[in-house]
Unconditional design. Structure first.
Length: 244
């Protein structure tokens, strides 16, 4: 049966690629999402709205009853938005905070004892947006930065488990087509850095090596430093791109 790996949001995008990578390497993958994934993506599927506390708890109970253990939790499910803080509706903001931050924290807390029992791992899919502020994506910046800090502090507090924080940059996933908000993202020059399959292989390798953080692709790291050193340039570029 291999290690028991729970992946949220496994029906598409990064979650789908990550679930398939773990499964390809002999793990038993349990998908938690609203839409049933393709058969080759997961061994077991629970239809769950992760922002629904009761539904989430029922799924956790069912998984533990069926498998008796959990080795890895991948908190991947999330959604973005394209809107200024003035434009973003209260409903969309609440949805983003609940799905991108509150749900993964709650799910982790519910599975913490099971993960401690196996010396397991929590893998949180944050974003390069946790480091680089982007206009009209302020809510996404905020929730992904919060998720990253959750990863870091959780590792401090729970040394019996392994926590991997993952910060992907631009990857072909259809993210923009699912985003909230009324703005359309501007076209940017160049191609995306990679596809989801390559990302998933890097994540799996980082997990096997019990790394604490993965930035992918690596060329984002100097971008983080540049933005921190020259915030005025980043602000000017963003205002121009978004026509603010």
């Amino acid at each position: 049966m291999g290690k028991i790996v729970i992946v949220t949001g496994a029906s598409s995008g990064l979650g789908k690629a990550v679930a398939r990578e773990f499964r390809r390497n002999g793990c038993t993958v349990v998908a938690l999402c609203r839409t049933e994934p393709e058969p080759e993506t997961a061994d077991r599927f629970f239809s769950v709205d992760l922002t629904d506390a009761r539904a989430r708890s029922r799924a956790v109970e069912a998984i533990l009853a069926e498998y008796g253990r959990v080795d890895v939790l991948v908190n991947n499910a999330g959604i973005g938005s394209y809107a200024t803080w003035r434009e973003l509706t209260a409903e969309d903001l609440r949805r983003e905070v609940e799905l991108d931050f509150l749900a993964p924290v709650a799910l982790t807390r519910e599975l913490l004892d099971a993960l401690i029992a196996t010396g397991g791992s929590v893998i949180n899919i944050s974003s390069a947006a946790a480091f680089v502020p982007v206009a009209c994506m302020g809510a996404y910046n905020a929730v992904k930065a919060a998720l990253r800090m959750f990863s870091i502090t959780l590792q401090m507090e729970e040394p019996r488990i392994h926590v991997l924080n993952v910060c992907p940059g631009r990857i072909d996933t259809g993210f923009s087509s699912r985003a909230l908000g009324g703005r359309k993202p501007p076209e940017t020059p160049g191609r995306t850095a990679s596809n989801a399959g390559v990302f998933a292989r890097r994540l799996y390798r980082a997990w096997r090596r019990r790394r604490r953080e993965l930035v992918y692709p690596r060329w984002y790291v100097p971008v983080f430093w540049f933005v921190r050193a020259f915030p005025g340039i980043n602000e000017a570029v963003n205002r121009r791109i978004w026509k603010l």
